[in-house]
Design a protein around this ligand. Structure first.
Ligand code: NAP
Length: 206
């Protein structure tokens, strides 16, 4: 039987190549969206809002893993920790273990060895996007406190281009400045069956 994955944010800049890559690899998909199309044999769309606990539960029911690449609209307050909190709660209730989440490379954590330039970049994010960064820090704390098999992927700038096929991964500092969303999709899907970065926060780039 093929595995089913739940996707949150599957139509965003970061997430929009994930469903295609998942289908290529033989997974079936449930995708949360506020604006669903008609579901087909390949993707089951679940209409809902990621800030709503019941919608998340409806999404992840019957799935083997969850990938979250949600992005908050600029007109709204960032809500990353609420989405992850509902997801963790739902996954615990339904006995789902694997959770893969996207965040920004500007998230600085204990043990990082960022270059001076990357530290400056992270500080600018703290200064200009403090509400977002607080949400991202809170999301990380929720993940750490959970018993899930999570991976928090730290991303640089995204380019909407064909994948380059080579992906650098590092744990303490950004290995590069950009990544294509097709390569993010490849990395995210490859993590579904990998234990290498469980409970880790890898940076990836091209
Ligand atoms: N873009 C970048 O350059 C970049 C760089 C580094 C890190 N990141 C990080 O990557 C993550 C995703 O960023 P992004 O740029 O891809 O964001 P984005 O394009 O704004 O994400 C839009 C996606 O989020 C979904 N979404 C938004 N609000 C929702 C809600 N209330 N309920 C359900 N779904 C909702 C949308 O679904 P529907 O519209 O279908 O409902 C859509 O699939 C974020 O954590 C961001 O900080 C982004």
């Amino acid at each position: 039987m093929n595995k089913k994955i739940a996707i949150i944010g599957g139509r965003g800049t970061v997430g929009k190549k994930i469903s295609r890559k998942a289908l290529e690899k033989g997974y079936s998909i449930k995708m949360l969206t506020r604006y669903p199309k008609e579901s087909g044999s390949e993707i089951c769309f679940i209409k809902g809002d990621a800030r709503n606990k019941e919608d998340i539960k409806e999404l992840i029911k019957g799935c083997d893993a969850v990938i979250n690449t949600v992005g908050h609209p600029k007109s709204e307050k960032p809500f990353y920790s609420a989405v992850t909190s509902h997801t963790i709660e739902g996954m615990k209730e339904l006995g789902i273990k694997r959770y893969i989440v996207a965040t920004g490379a500007s998230l600085t954590l204990n043990g990082d060895e960022k270059t001076f330039l990357n530290q400056v970049g992270a500080n600018l994010f703290q200064l200009f996007f403090s509400a977002m960064m607080k949400e991202k820090e809170k999301e990380y704390e929720l993940l750490k406190a959970s018993l899930l098999d999570w991976t928090l992927i730290r991303l640089p700038f995204i380019v909407d281009k064909k994948g380059k096929g080579h992906i650098k991964v590092a744990t303490k500092n950004m290995p590069g400045k950009v990544i294509t969303n097709e390569d993010i999709a490849s990395f995210s899907i490859s993590q579904l069956d990998s234990k290498k970065y469980i409970r880790c926060t890898p940076f990836i780039s091209n």
